[in-house]
Structures are given as C-alpha cells and as structure tokens.
Write a protein that binds this ligand. Sequence first.
Ligand code: MN
Length: 317
Amino acid sequence: MVSQPNPVTTERGSGPIVAGLPMPEFHRIGVKPISGACGCEISGVDLRRPLDDETLAEVMKAFEHFLVILFRDQDLTPEQHKHFSRYFGEITELPQAPIYDGHRDMQEVRREAHEPENVVPSFEHFHTDSPFLLQPPKCVVMRALEVPQWGGDTAFSNAYLVYEHMSDGLKALLDGLQVVYSGKDIWAKNAKLAPEKRLRLRESHDFTEDELENIHPAVRVHPVTGRKALFATTAYFKRFVGWSEEESRALLAYLQSLAQHLHYHCRVKWKKDTLIVWDNRFTLHRGVHDFQYERRHLVRTTVIGERPLGPSDLMRS
Ligand code: MN
C-alpha cells in the first residue's frame, strides 16, 4: 500500500501535470516533455552564444521543473561548453573521472569499439554522481561527440517522485536517516580487478582523503522549494549512520528497487552534438550499455552543488 503522491503546491494552480507538477508556461523557448516523469527537449536556443536574460530564465525554469533538459545540434567548443555550464554555477574537476583533452575542468565518458561495457563507471544501478563530496554536483552538462548507431541511451529516474510515492511510515524513517558515502577505496578496489574488468579512472588528483568521504541526509530537500527527494543509492554507499552494514544494505536494496520503476523515468537518445543538463541532486541516472563494437564518446562539465540539506535542516530554519 503506497500513499498518494503529495505534490508541492505552486502558485500556478492546476493544469496538465508533468514531472509531478503543473506544466509551466514558456514564451521564449520551445519545450517538449520527453516523458511524464522528467526530461524535456528545448528548441530555439543556440548555446554557442551568450543567452539573453529572458531566455536564460526560461532555460533555468525548465531545468528546475524537468530536471533533465536536452538541446540538439549544439556544436560547441570546450570554452563554449564551459561558458554555458557556468550559468548553473561554478564548475569543478572530479577526483575519479578522467579529464578531457587536457581540460582539467572537463571530464570524458569514452568507450572504444573494442572495449567491454565495464570500462566506464556506468554502475549496475541508477546512481547519483560523486555523492561522497561535501558538496556533490548540482548538475552535469554533457555533450555527445560520437554515439553508436543504436542504443547507448542515458536513463534518468525522478527522485522526487520516488520519495513522494512512499508511505508516510517509510518517509518518516528515511527523513531521520543519514548516509555515509565514500570514494576512498575506488582505486584500491579497481586495482584488484583483472585488467580487462577495470574502470577507466583518473590516475592522480589533488583531493585529500578526507574530501572523499562525507555524511549526507538520505532525504534531500530542495534549498528553495523545500520539495523532498530520495538521496540514497548504492554507488559509493557505505552505510546508514547508526546502522550495521548488513541492515543498511537490506534497506538500500529496497530503495534502489523503487528507482527502477518505469513511471519515474525518461530516456535520452543521444545524437552527435546533443547536449543535456541533468540535475544530479534530484534525479538518478545510468548509461544503457546495450551496444557492442561501436564507439561512444561524451564530454561533460560538473557544476558544484550546495551541501545537501535534509528534513531536519528545514525544521531548524
Ligand atoms: Mn554517472
């Protein structure tokens, strides 16, 4: 038995619902939802040029609402890619992700035609990127350089909807939980694997050991709207604070299964020069490695987010 979703009330009133809330209005840009759960395709914007205030405000409104925004045919230089990314915040390097073509503040996701699917850290499950950082990424801006003829999509799951469909009892349990996330052991674990099973990781970085492990709330609260979402996934997960690893894994496996439900998802079909921005705070994602013997090459920037707020932070303020 699950409770009814409890959508955040908005000033806009009622209208067609998409991504859990009434569909906003757009005047400057074209916005077409990809699914009922999250994601939209935006048209009428050239990301090579600076955006005027009104267009930028609508792009941000689409990002806030749909969590995944997609633009086609954006043939950007690395500088143009970074410039657009900075509208969302400060960009950062990551300790574990390989850098792109000498740009320390860009990462690449690359699988060569001859390589097995495990070479890129797609993980077995939906995940959020780099949750072990004190301020995990707000969003990722990713662009396709080369894609397979078929397959190689990226799938997203709306973590607000996952939370909103839980029973009040489970919500109350999770509202009080915190998660230990750690990226400390990924290099050691990788080195133990057979060479053909290893991930492609960055070989050196300037992050300290302490920067690679942090505790965050299991339910994340949007700093402006107060809307709540599940923020607990298997990648880099160690345990819930105060729980044994065995207990933690059992609950986590159930939570992870919820994110699999198709009615929380959208899937992005990449083409060359497709650019997407996804909210890494309130969605989970995974690459779909259903292609063989073809190259897939994506470049990305990572925008720093706020330190995750939990339900108790909301009550204190
Ligand atoms: Mn990822």
